[in-house]
Design a protein around this ligand. Structure first.
Ligand SMILES: NC(=O)c1ccc[n+]([C@@H]2O[C@H](COP(=O)([O-])OP(=O)(O)OC[C@H]3O[C@@H](n4cnc5c(N)ncnc54)[C@H](O)[C@@H]3O)[C@@H](O)[C@H]2O)c1
Length: 372
């Protein structure tokens, strides 16, 4: 296949991450045509021109609709704040482009449904940026579970903690506004939900508690302002097959920087993983001499595909941006009609439905089925 023409909208945290992936995917994998970095869009023409030069794009614009109208663009990376995803992704799909959209789909469920409806009207690929599922360690854990290495899984705990909202003195900003969503749930609990999905299937029912550790914050003008969403969520879940699960998300957890800690308990053993130590996992198996049983640590190595595409030596480790490069390779596979490991809009919508079910459960103080 000739190198895909790439359009990138947004150049912040994730925009740079997508740009690095598009720049690197051919060199890392060596089995795809080098993508052509055709166009980049930002909020204004000046910033767009600066970022196009930095990130290696041939042209730039301060108007994202111009990028979508560009006939040389085959794939659009949408890396703007959540509120823009629906309009940008739908316009790109309707213009006949493939779409790679950052999570979550949209703050409102109706917008996410519109995105999925647009995806279902085209044969183009519409994929979400759920990079943590691409970790070779997570893939290995998935294989182990499927092969029965820890028997029948009966319980899963996942905790996602960061501390960017931990300081009670931090200034009120848009992430505390209700218009940005429910807070910890849709801001980042969607990541552990993506992991639960690829490991165990979709969430069936939930009961949720949410907390505002700091109900009021000071604005940049020093005025007190009520916090409109919840920095902390605790959820009991039932997964496919009746597996019980616990999900905790806390964006005010001092000292936690990028924790997504999974504990998976089965009839023959257990598996532990934490994204803060993304190049290892631990497995306990109830076999052999009991006196010697204990958790065994497995370090990332070329045996855990596609680790070996990045580095030939075991134990040297991948990083966050590498997960995006792997995701990019999976996207190219999907576009080429090959098997791929991605969360597309249909499964992405189901993840969003489970988030909204969690919020409904809290509002109604009861268990809620994701299917309504
Ligand atoms: N997959 C992950 O691990 C991960 C991590 C962080 C953020 N995200 C998601 O990525 C998205 C972006 O978050 P971020 O942290 O990169 O934000 P950011 O603020 O760092 O970057 C957003 C960029 O979009 C640009 N932008 C805004 N409106 C625009 C418009 N109309 N046209 C063109 N550009 C526009 C901004 O100027 C900015 O450069 C969010 O949806 C977020 O949830 C995903």
């Amino acid at each position: 296949m000739a190198g895909l023409g790439i359009g990138l909208i947004g150049t912040g945290y994730m925009g740079k991450c997508h740009a690095l992936a598009w720049n690197s995917v051919a060199s890392v994998f060596g089995d795809v045509e080098r993508p052509r970095l055709v166009a980049l869009a930002e909020v204004d023409a000046g910033l767009a021109a600066q970022k196009a030069a930095e990130l290696g794009f041939a042209s730039s614009t301060g108007n994202w609709r111009e990028l979508i109208a560009n006939p040389d663009v085959d794939v659009v990376s949408v890396t703007t704040p959540n509120a823009f995803h629906a309009d940008m992704a739908i316009a790109a799909l309707e213009a006949g482009k493939h779409v790679w959209c950052e999570k979550p789909m949209a703050p409102a469920l109706a917008e996410a449904e519109r995105m999925q409806a647009a995806a279902s009207r085209t044969a183009k690929v519409a994929a979400m940026g759920y990079n943590y599922i691409q970790n070779p360690m997570v893939r290995q854990i998935r294989t182990l579970i499927a092969e029965g290495a820890i028997g029948t899984v009966n319980h899963v705990r996942v905790e996602m903690d960061e501390d960017f909202m931990a300081d009670p003195g931090a200034v009120f900003y848009w992430k505390s506004e209700a218009s940005s969503g429910y807070g910890a749930l849709d801001d980042f609990a969607v990541h552990p939900l993506s992991l639960l999905f690829v490991l165990f299937g979709h969430v069936q029912s939930v009961v949720t508690d949410m907390v505002k550790p700091y109900p009021e914050r000071l604005t940049s003008e020093g005025e007190p302002r009520a916090v409109e969403n919840h920095d902390l969520a605790s959820v009991l879940l039932r997964l496919e097959g009746g597996i019980s699960a616990v999900l905790m998300a806390n964006r005010s957890a001092w000292g936690r920087k990028g924790r997504i800690a999974l504990q998976i308990f089965g009839s023959k053993g257990s598996i532990l993983f934490d994204q803060e130590r993304m190049n290892e996992f631990e497995i306990y198996q109830n076999t052999g001499d009991r006196a010697l049983q204990g958790f065994r640590k497995v370090l990332a190595a070329p045996d855990h595909r596609p680790y070996g595409r990045f580095v030939p030596a075991p134990g040297h480790g991948l990083g966050f941006n590498d997960l995006k490069i792997i995701e990019c390779r999976e996207l190219i596979a999907a576009i080429s009609g090959e098997p791929s490991h991605l969360i597309r809009f249909d499964d992405g919508l189901r993840i969003e439905r489970s988030v909204h079910a969690m919020a409904r459960s809290f509002a109604e103080q009861r268990w809620v089925s994701v299917d309504g």
